[in-house]
Design a protein around this ligand. Sequence first.
Ligand SMILES: Cc1cc2nc3c(=O)[nH]c(=O)nc-3n(C[C@H](O)[C@H](O)[C@H](O)COP(=O)(O)OP(=O)(O)OC[C@H]3O[C@@H](n4cnc5c(N)ncnc54)[C@H](O)[C@@H]3O)c2cc1C
Length: 479
Amino acid sequence: MAKIVVIGAGFAGHTAALYLGDKLGKKHTVTMINRHDSFAYIPSWIWVGVGHMKPEKTTFKLAPVYKRMNVYFVHGMATKVYPDEGQQFVEVDKANGDSVRVEYDYLLVATGPKLNFAGTPGLGPDQGENTYSVCSLPHVIQTRDKYLEYVERMKKGEKVKMVIGTGHPSATCQGAAFEFIVNVHKDLVKKGVREQAELLWLSNEQALGDFGVRGIQAKYKGELTSSEEFISAVFKDHDIKWQVQTGVKSVDEKKIYWENFEGEMGETDYDFAMLIPQFLGQPIQYIGKDKADVSDKVVNKGGFVIVDGIYGLPYDELEANPDAWPAQYQNPNYKNIFAAGIAFAPPGPISRPHTTPNGTSITAAPPRTGMVSGIIGRIVALNIIDLVRHGRMTHSERMTEMVAACIASMGDSLWDGNAAVMVIHPVVPDMRRYPNEGGRDLFTTHMEMGLGGAWMKRMLHDTFIWKLRGLPGWKIIPE
Ligand SMILES: Cc1cc2nc3c(=O)[nH]c(=O)nc-3n(C[C@H](O)[C@H](O)[C@H](O)COP(=O)(O)OP(=O)(O)OC[C@H]3O[C@@H](n4cnc5c(N)ncnc54)[C@H](O)[C@@H]3O)c2cc1C
């Protein structure tokens, strides 16, 4: 009987656990270790942040789902992994105060990001409550409360400057910040106070609409257009100012201090700011047989799990080699350890890196969105199922092959809401297959905007929560 352990019940790990429980759970032992006892449907937090959705609408309890899906659930924090043969187990600090060891034959690390606010002095709710975040449920609730406080002040005639974007030179997740700024705009219009607010987009992207994926070239209304043109048209229409090519270095209660691509240092004053922090890997220690720390065999310096990618290539070589991106998300040193979602280490950035004359790297890190994370979670689960049943893996999907769709909410109303629907194929440009099209298939890569997108985004909330609860038909709903 095989023992399979998943750490982290986000899009990646939870998707994997559903497949593993469904296929192996009755004959083998599948265990999920998760810090929280609920799944969080993160994409809808944008609506929580502007007070349009109750936080509890975005979560559901994991235990009943796992009971139905034949998955053991350990509610706790994985702190250490002992990966050497003969003693492979995970040490967990359980939520009830106990410590347990969970043995494994196969381990999937799907722990998502550690939100590294400390990487930017003064940033975030825990460093003086200067700036806010939408990256965890308690943070987004705090953001909502502060934002609504400012709305009240605007109703009394106060002018407010809101700065939204990224809070570190190598931050990722620009898509979430984009959704937040546009939803803030819509909400302020609805509340009749838009005139009172100045909205500024501040980001480390090399160009507007880059999103850490080197931007998108696609057909829009029959014309070839770029995400830069697309997003700048939206921002102009919404009177949102923007400043890109900017790495935030520190923050205090009044100002955001930054450096730009040219190496110039500057500061921006603000009243309210939502800035995404740097993401690192979650700090789990890997300990060998002789009690030595073997973490460097499993994770890179950022704490992301090393898998079957080609690491250390100069950017131009990485750009030219789609096979440098991992296919099976398997650690090369411990073949029974896999990683999925934000937890795996990409071989490098997707957008061209930039170093300023002062030596600061201002480079958007590659996003691993919910859909990408779910797909990778499924691929890893199917390979573990293969290994348990037949001893060999048959599934693979690189981000240079993967199609991903992203529906960016631009107002949640089903009457006058809006959303930008972006389908990109592949997620990471493949210059070998599509050399003349910027690395992407122009037939499938697509951008669209309109009320229909707002309906789709709302429907996805219910459809995905249905799928992720493992309710009838869950497998036919794609990630
Ligand atoms: C506001 C917002 C909106 C977004 N909107 C979209 C969208 O519309 N579409 C989209 O595709 N993507 C969206 N994203 C991105 C998406 O949410 C992430 O890409 C996705 O959550 C990554 O999944 P993951 O499984 O890798 O990590 P996570 O979802 O972060 O899950 C990791 C899990 O592991 C647990 N964990 C961590 N460490 C440990 C430990 N040591 N022991 C036990 N458990 C642990 C965590 O508690 C968590 O439950 C959005 C992100 C944000 C912040």
